[in-house]
Design a protein around this ligand. Structure first.
Ligand code: NAP
Length: 457
């Protein structure tokens, strides 16, 4: 894939970038490695001051940054601005909380025959982040804020279609005051990730993206015995029971499916509706999905912009077309829009069977799959009949049912009467083939720390 800004709303190539050479990659690793030697000794207060300065700059520049995101990957300007401001919050969260989250953990010294015993969090060193385009700033910020505040230094290999966002992040952190080498963007293709990961000066890696990318990075890291965090795909269930507030459940379902033009790992993708309310839910959901305005992402009235890449649209189309050929029913949408750009309309599909690829694969576009469940047992069974385990949503007013969903849905996150969202304060991650490790919260910042046991006789 070329490293280039290609406007998904028009298909036009705006700017191309030369990938870094092998020698340039090596020089960047050297800079990072050398910087770590002194950066690891900086105080939390110093790091926080730089992080706050970067947050203030980003806040002031949020409109320009939002326009850049929209240009590179097609999310609506409204959601791009919200993402930029969420990044400001993410920076400030770790700036303010890192010291407390990484405080020494005292142990009972007498029990282990010591005068003092405790666990200490220390940074690992140079950490590589391989990031996706779908939240081009937020995905990278949640890595950068945690890694830098813990005293690590970062190398970012961002998705090839968002180079301007990638360069901006390194730039705003540098302008915030982080010294040279603390955080660098490498404009490299995925084939160059191996060079970085195998370099002995690189301590660990985190990847957010598809399963094949995760497998590749984890295999290399495994070979090198390096720690990794993987945040991969998801096909989140969205269960609605008869006792739910149906108005809210339907309205939220639309947002949960089409947010980010349908390209979110934690988007609700499989809607599992109790049979008593199935017909009413589907009718109301279809009406709302069909009424969404699809178009220019810079227009404030647009609900759904184009998909980010031509390949992404082809992938969505193939899954829908195959399901329809095998007997699934399209209730709205289902055909690409006849206009320039990579537009695909909000789509609702029913009558899906378990042997269809639409049942088993992640659909990375605004396509909702509907399933009827006769009772809570069947709802949980359908929810768990997936290789993924990222987020999940369940709507019910019944306390016992809420507890069943909390206990029995196989996922890294369960949201009751709401939609899955990421918060700096809550751990984020998945199980099964959605990956391992956690981002955000105390857990996210501790991923790239050495938890050193200290015993003093
Ligand atoms: P992708 O193709 O896997 O790309 C993600 C990143 O990995 C890009 O930087 C890409 O670089 C790189 N990459 C691809 N193949 C690689 C390889 N073999 N070795 C090393 N790096 C490789 O994923 P995407 O299509 O951009 O993103 C969509 C996927 O990400 C979806 O499955 C989505 O669910 C998942 N996602 C997960 C989360 C989460 O937190 N769990 C969040 C957002 C997205 P190039 O661009 O140069 O190929």
């Amino acid at each position: 894939m070329p490293i280039a800004t290609i406007n998904p709303a028009t298909g036009e190539t705006v700017q191309t970038f030369n990938p870094a050479t092998s020698a340039e990659i090596d020089a960047a690793i050297t800079r990072a490695h050398n910087r770590f030697a002194d950066y690891r000794r900086t105080s939390f207060a110093q790091r926080a001051a730089w992080m706050h300065a970067a947050a203030d700059l980003l806040e002031a520049e949020a409109d320009e940054v939002a326009a850049m995101m929209t240009l590179e990957m097609g999310k609506t300007l409204v959601s791009a601005k919200a993402e930029a401001l969420k990044c400001v919050k993410g920076f400030r969260y770790y700036a303010d909380q890192a010291e407390a989250l990484l405080a020494d953990e005292p142990a009972d010294a007498a029990l282990v025959g010591a005068s003092r015993a405790y666990a200490r969090y220390q940074p690992l060193g140079v950490v590589l982040a391989v990031m996706p385009w779908n939240f081009p700033l937020w995905q990278a910020v949640r890595f950068a804020s945690a890694a830098l505040m813990a005293g690590n230094v970062g190398l970012l290999k961002h998705a090839s279609n968002v180079p301007q966002c990638a360069l901006y992040l390194a730039d705003v952190l540098a302008r915030g005051g982080f010294p040279d080498g603390c955080f660098q963007t490498l404009l490299i293709p995925s084939s160059a990730v191996e060079q970085v990961l195998r370099d002995p000066r690189v301590a660990a890696a985190t990847l957010t993206g598809s399963e094949p990318a995760g497998q590749s990075v984890a295999a290399i890291a495994g070979d090198e015995i390096k720690h990794t965090v993987l945040e991969l795909g998801g096909s989140d269930p969205y269960i609605v029971m008869p006792s739910a507030d149906l108005d809210k459940a339907v309205t939220t379902a639309v947002t949960a499916r089409v947010q980010n033009n349908g390209q979110s790992c934690i988007a609700a993708k499989r809607f599992i509706i109790h049979t008593d309310i199935y017909d009413e839910f589907v009718d109301r959901f279809v009406d709302k999905m069909a009424a969404l305005r699809v178009g220019d992402p810079t227009d404030p009235d647009t609900d759904v912009g184009p998909l980010a890449t031509e390949q992404g649209r082809t992938d969505v189309e193939k899954l829908v077309d195959a399901a329809v050929a095998e007997g699934a029913v399209v209730r709205c949408g289902g055909k690409r829009l006849d206009r320039p750009g990579w537009y695909y309309p909000p789509t609702v599909i029913t009558d899906i069977t378990r042997d269809m690829a639409l049942f088993t694969e992640e659909v990375f576009g605004p396509v909702a799959s509907m399933y009827r469940a006769r009772d809570i047992e069947e709802a949980i069974d359908i929810a768990n009949a997936t290789t993924f385990g990222l987020g999940s949503n369940a709507w019910t007013g019944d306390a016992a049912e809420q507890q069943r969903f909390i206990d029995d849905i196989e996922a890294g996150q369960v949201f009751i009467n709401g939609m899955t969202t990421s918060y700096p304060e809550l751990p984020f991650g998945g199980i099964k083939r959605s990956g391992y490790g956690r981002e955000l919260s105390a857990h996210g910042i501790r991923e790239f720390c050495n938890l050193k046991t200290v015993w003093v006789g």
